[in-house]
Design a protein around this ligand. Structure first.
Ligand code: KIV
Ligand code: ZN
Length: 498
């Protein structure tokens, strides 16, 4: 029988640190339940000392999710550990994840300390965490750039202090796969009490090698992998769950396997993408829109003769069963409901009615309504329901030799206000009109219109980032009318300020 790889999902902690990806507690519970269904072993639910919102999310996830271990992050600081323990009060299986930087950079420039003192602080943190929970994971931050001899000393000391898991993060995504693998092997060979703990990998993707490093770590003895859905996370992201799990499934010679229910991968990916308004790049391994699309004639012919000619993974294994079936204006509620369920959305009949009407409006404008369009519709409905500001009317004048003008009417807390503004283009004019009606001072930081890839009638998707009082807010919308999509995305972002 294969060795078990524990899957430690940090979508709700490292993944949620991405600017603009913040979720509220209800959304986090939805993701945590999806992760439970997916079969992850440990859910890192947050960093409780960092904010009351994070604290509360750890509490509520602990109540809502019972099978996986719920983990809370701390620094090697007593107060952090106390707050984490308090947040985990209701968790059936709980873990505290504490740690400290061990690289030359962290010790000298971040912690202004020395190697001996860091060992002492690491041991003290683990011992303190052990007073509250049995299961304590220690992370040696920036282990990727920590020399192996010193790392082994830290690891041995924290295991002696009671750490059950030792996390070896490549915090800066610096390592090469053979070096990261050698680091894990060094610990296996040189830490005399290593059999008392599980070695974990936690790789970042700054050089695009997070998955390769994780797999190399596993080949060399790591038995826990820290991952996120769609690989989201700080900067270039973390190792993606789906890539690690499917690599192990595809390479049986590695003889390590996870308990992940791979058929849930696709719907979990889409749930996280839509709740975090974080699009999945079309060519993303395993879960990208094109991951199983064959476009060249030679490939199509080859796949028709035998799928395995050009596919190493059966799409059905990751839950991509019917994605080629598109819905049209002739599709009924039942077909829509079925498709939404496959995408992970459960809806009350009244909610389905609203989405169905929106679906029909879209299907009238667009021949085929695909999964991404449905996610946009559901996401838009959620943000419209939640927002205080709603778009009531938009009219634009633009073209050659005219000054672009826009008239916008907004419903703000039940009262309708109208403004007309000009601009250097219709979008600029429309956003200026919106700005003149809302009380928040906002600056547009980023404006991204996603390329139309399927056809002229496709939904235009707009991602916007705005700044207000030094904080960034993210907005998203999709519409067959790109100017309307821009205004809706802008309003979506402004609604988040409130
Ligand atoms: O990347 C990192 O080092 C981390 C630790 C806090 C585990 O996220
Ligand atoms: Zn990290």
């Amino acid at each position: 029988m294969s060795d078990k790889l524990y899957i430690f999902d940090t979508t709700l902690r490292d993944g949620e640190q991405v600017p603009g990806c913040q979720l509220n507690t209800v959304e986090k519970i939805e993701v945590a339940k999806a992760l439970e269904e997916l079969g992850v072993d440990i859910i890192e639910a947050g960093f409780p000392i960092s904010s009351p919102g994070d604290f509360n999310s750890v509490v509520e996830i602990s109540k809502a999710v019972k099978r996986p271990t719920i983990c809370a992050l701390t620094r090697a600081v007593e107060k952090d550990i106390e707050v984490a323990a308090e947040a985990l009060k209701y968790a059936k299986n709980k873990r505290i994840h504490t740690g400290i930087g061990t690289s030359f950079y962290h010790i000298k420039y971040k912690l202004n300390s020395n190697q001996d003192e860091i060992v002492e602080r690491a041991v003290a943190a683990v011992k303190y965490a052990k007073k509250f929970v049995e299961d304590v994971e220690f992370y040696a931050e920036d282990a990727g750039r920590t020399e192996n001899e010193y790392l082994a000393r830290v690891v041995e000391a924290v295991i002696a202090a009671g750490a059950t898991v030792v996390n070896i993060p490549d915090t800066t995504g610096y390592c090469l796969p053979q070096d990261f693998g050698a680091k894990i092997k060094y610990l296996v060979d040189n830490v005399k009490n290593i059999d008392k703990a599980i070695i974990s990998t936690h790789c970042h993707n700054d050089l695009g090698m997070a998955t390769a490093n994780t797999i190399s770590g596993i080949i060399n003895g790591a038995r826990q992998a820290e991952v996120t859905i769609n690989g989201i996370g700080e900067r270039a992201g973390n190792t993606s769950l789906e890539e690690v799990v499917m690599t192990l499934k595809s390479h049986r010679d590695i003889d390590v396997d996870s308990a992940i229910n791979t058929k849930n991968i696709f719907k979990t990916s889409r749930l996280v993408s839509s709740l975090m308004s974080m699009p999945v790049q079309p060519n993303k391994a395993i879960v990208g829109r094109n991951a199983f699309a064959h476009s060249s004639g030679i490939h199509q012919d080859g796949v028709l003769k035998n799928r395995e000619n050009y596919e190493i993974i059966d799409p059905v294994d990751v839950g991509v069963n019917e994605s080629s079936i598109s819905l049209t204006a002739r599709s009924g509620r039942a077909a829509l409901k079925h498709r939404l369920n496959l995408l992970g959305y459960e809806m009350e009949p009244a909610e389905l009615d609203v989405i169905y009407q929106k679906f029909l409006e879209l299907a009238d404008k667009k021949k085929d309504v695909n999964d991404e369009d449905l996610q946009v519709l559901v996401g838009k409905k959620k943000s419209e329901d939640a927002g205080k500001i709603k778009l009531v009317h938009l009219q634009v004048l633009s073209g050659k030799s005219v000054i672009p003008m826009a008239t916008v009417s907004l419903d703000i807390d039940g009262e309708v206000f109208t403004a007309t503004r000009d601009g250097n283009g219709p979008v600029d004019a429309a956003l200026s009109a919106v700005k003149s009606l809302v009380r928040h001072k906002v600056r547009l930081e980023e404006f991204l219109v996603q390329a139309i890839t399927r056809g002229i009638d496709d939904l235009g998707k707009v991602h916007i980032q705005i700044e207000n009082r030094g904080k960034l807010y993210y907005g998203f919308s999709g519409n067959t009318d790109i100017i309307t999509a821009s205004v809706e995305a802008f309003i979506d972002a402004i609604n988040k300020i409130v």
